[in-house]
Design a protein around this ligand. Structure first.
Ligand code: BTN
Length: 265
């Protein structure tokens, strides 16, 4: 599966996530490679990092491209206990760890675009792909070094990278290691049942509480003020004063409704 030859191993002093990280110059897809370990639960927490992917996969069957050495391309194999085995929770965990990593290096707060894109300055800096077949494979693409003209050439004017917000040169391997450390730290809290901090950071990252929103659940659009957001449910109040509750996993889109008051969706 790997065309990258013999991997290097990063033995990181973590509790679980990335304790053993396999680093390749090149693979087809770090998520595909992580999946090859999924028949053995002793591989829980193993991470695969690559400088380049030949067939990187994105959400909704799209491709994920990044020029060699320009992005963090990372996948983690997990066997979460049943109480953590919920897409909404795992997505929030990864999204918050990516935001924390960005803040660690750049001192700025990224935003989480529901459910699993990370934006800086309204442009996409990172995407997350969580796949649950045998085990759970968490795939993260985080743009680090690309210049804006490179995204323009790729036809991605709404993408950005960390380097565009830093006066200092960044290093993808340092960013990847910090991301793994953040994932590890927060996962330990989750294993202990301590979800509150993650939930708070997730709600803050989404940044829509109290705002007029539009959401899509099973093909149907709903509008209202977002009254509550937790891992259990999201609650909106419509303009008619009706309260509606949704399970996070059933919500496909959630976005701010601009000019709602003026009736201009
Ligand atoms: C998205 O479409 O926004 C999600 C992109 C996820 C891309 C990452 S890169 C590392 C991992 N390996 C893959 O093949 N995909 C994910």
């Amino acid at each position: 599966m790997s065309k990258g030859g013999t991997p290097k191993i990063w033995n990181l002093e973590h509790q679980l996530i990335g304790r053993s990280t396999w680093y390749f110059d090149e693979v087809e897809s770090t998520s595909n490679f992580a999946l090859t370990f999924a028949s053995d639960e002793r591989n829980n927490g193993i991470a695969i990092f690559a400088d380049e992917q030949k067939a990187g996969r994105g959400q909704y069957g799209r491709v994920w491209t990044a020029a060699k050495g320009q992005a963090v391309l990372l996948s983690v194999l997990l066997f979460p206990p049943p109480f953590l085995n919920r897409p909404a929770l795992l997505t929030a965990w990864v999204a918050v760890a990516v935001c924390t990593t960005i803040e660690n290096f750049l001192g700025i707060r990224a935003a989480i675009k529901w459910p699993n894109d990370i934006l800086v300055d309204r442009k996409k800096i990172s995407g997350i792909l969580i796949e649950q077949t045998k085990g759970t494979v968490v795939g993260i693409g985080l743009n680090v070094l690309q210049a804006s003209h490179e995204f323009a050439i790729e036809g991605l004017p709404l993408a950005t990278s960390m380097q565009q917000f830093s006066p200092h040169p960044l290093n993808t391997h340092e960013v990847a290691k910090q991301l793994l450390a953040n994932l590890d730290e927060d996962y330990q809290l989750l294993l202990l049942g301590l979800k509150q901090k993650l939930e708070r950071d997730w709600v803050r990252g989404i940044g829509l509480l109290g705002k007029e929103v539009q959401l899509e659940e099973q093909g149907k659009k709903h509008r209202g003020r977002l009254l509550k957001q937790s891992f259990e449910s999201l609650e909106i109040e419509t303009s008619l004063g009706i309260k509606l509750s949704f399970v996070p996993e059933n919500i496909r889109h959630l976005e701010e409704l601009i000019n709602y008051a003026e009736g201009q969706p």
